[in-house]
Design a protein around this ligand. Structure first.
Ligand code: SF4
Length: 471
């Protein structure tokens, strides 16, 4: 997953754009920590600063002062085995027949190989294997012979199969695109003369901007000095129908999004809390203390404790300064990595029956070490409760997932997984209860990793399933 942010001053002022862009992408850091970048448009001159690492390490007052402009697009990128190296860092800038364009994308284009081969046969040259470059190349080709950027984008959307959110900057517009399934979130906000687009509204809150609305599935929104205009992929559908047919990724609510965000009319924190309450009904347990697996398990743990009527407390602390550089090739090194990442509050857990609530269990490696760590620190029993169902199918839409054979739930029973991780009991929420926890959601959801229903289709080659490290 990636974090996308864009901002434009519709009165053409450059005041505050770089800082707004910085704080916007900084607020989306949880969506990707591999690399980040900001591109600005200063009266038609485009500049970009991007690098591997986290936002706060990449930008300082000097780099930001060089990023003056009236419009900016930003990107915070998560890990992917397909898009690697410094060439994959976004935003991407190109000079096309339609002028300068910069783009940040959060995408998986399922027919990328076919599209790339077609474009190559027509003379296109690619420097990277990333979707953004492909989308821009396709867009540039489609722009020839079309009246507007929006028309070229509609044509590009027709060519592409897959899931995506895009934030583009042309020489006079900021444009946001949400794919026809609405799988990736994208929202609009306003502050004074500035309009902003963001993957999550937590960025708007940080900037004290007023949230306007989520983009509809299949919407292309263009913002310029002439105002805000939208065109839609499926023009003949009503707005209500487009939203209803949307399939936002359910993992946004389980794990990806920040708890203070609201996506498609549902609060992330509230949905996780409700999932915890439902989990308490489906899989109660006798315990003395409920703790969360920090940080994405905390809201569900609160709901679980509430549902059981058992105290919620701190039992695990997360070290926020652990990077991704641990070498974890041996068992001992993996255990050390967990001990560096988490600290147990011994006085809170010793002698107690602990229920630990986590958002999900994919491989179970981290959970196994945490259970052992809790028991080493005196926990009498450790019961594991999961606020998402068993992950049985790989995600081919770019969200943290692993190949089918790596998923314990595809080949092991719940009891076998319980035994493998060393828990005293194990319970997963049902998909029906998880879906019910998204109370108020405007659209449908993708839950393919739980039920195998790939709403946006699948790639032809199983080798191209994205294999990103999970817990
Ligand atoms: Fe999200 Fe799972 Fe669908 Fe992937 S398969 S988009 S992780 S719900």
């Amino acid at each position: 997953m990636s974090g996308l942010f864009g901002v434009i001053d519709t009165k053409g002022s450059a005041e505050g754009i770089a800082k707004t862009a910085y704080y916007g992408v900084f607020s989306l850091q949880h969506r990707g920590q591999e690399s980040a970048g900001i591109a600005v448009n200063n009266n038609g001159t485009f500049m970009v600063h991007k690098a591997p690492g986290q936002v706060a390490d990449i930008f300082d007052d000097i780099t930001l002062s060089a990023l003056n402009g009236q419009c900016a697009v930003c990107h915070a990128r998560g890990g992917s085995d397909r898009e690697t190296g410094t060439d994959a860092i976004q935003p991407i800038l190109i000079k096309s027949s339609a002028g300068n364009i910069a783009m940040s994308s959060d995408s998986v284009i399922l027919n990328a190989d076919e599209l790339r081969d077609n474009l190559k046969s027509m003379g296109a040259i690619f420097q990277t294997n990333i979707d953004s470059e492909l989308i821009l190349s396709l867009f540039s080709r489609n722009r020839i012979g079309t009246e507007s950027c929006e028309e070229a984008l509609l044509k590009t959307m027709k060519d592409m199969k897959g899931v995506y959110a895009l934030v583009l900057m042309t020489e006079n517009k900021l444009i946001g695109v949400r794919d026809p399934h609405g799988m990736r979130p994208l929202a609009l906000a306003k502050k004074g003369d500035m309009y902003m687009l963001s993957s999550e509204n937590c960025a708007f809150d940080a900037l004290d901007a007023e949230f306007i609305r989520d983009l509809e599935p299949g919407e292309i929104i263009s913002i310029s000095k002439d105002g805000v205009k939208s065109v839609f992929f499926e023009q003949d559908k009503t707005s209500e129908q487009r939203v209803k047919d949307g399939k936002v990724c359910i993992f946004e609510y389980v794990y990806v999004a920040r708890p203070d965000s609201v996506i498609d009319n549902t609060s992330i924190f509230d949905s996780r809390y409700r999932a915890g309450q439902a989990l308490a009904k489906e899989h109660p347990c006798d315990c003395d203390l409920v703790i969360g697996a920090p940080d994405s398990g905390n809201a569900a743990a609160l709901g679980f404790a509430d549902g059981l009527g058992v105290p919620y407390g701190m039992g695990l602390l997360k070290n926020r300064y652990v990077g991704r550089t641990f070498i974890k090739s041996t068992q001992e090194q993996r255990e050390l990595a967990v001990r560096m990442k988490f600290a147990v509050l011994k006085t809170a857990v010793a002698g107690k029956r602990i229920a630990i609530v986590d958002d999900s269990l994919v491989r179970g490696t981290t959970t196994k070490h945490i259970i052992r760590f809790l028991k080493d620190n005196g926990a009498k029993e450790v019961h594991v409760r999961l606020a998402s169902p068993e992950v049985k199918f790989p995600c081919c839409y770019g969200v943290n997932a692993s190949k089918g054979t790596d998923l314990p739930a595809t080949r092991m029973s719940v009891e076998e997984i319980r035994d493998m991780i060393g828990a005293d009991s194990l319970g997963y929420i049902s998909l029906a209860s998880l879906s019910a926890s998204l109370d108020g959601i405007h659209c449908g959801t993708c839950s393919a990793c739980f039920d195998g229903n790939y709403v946006a289709g699948q790639e032809e080659s199983s080798d191209s399933v994205h294999n990103v490290q999970y817990n």
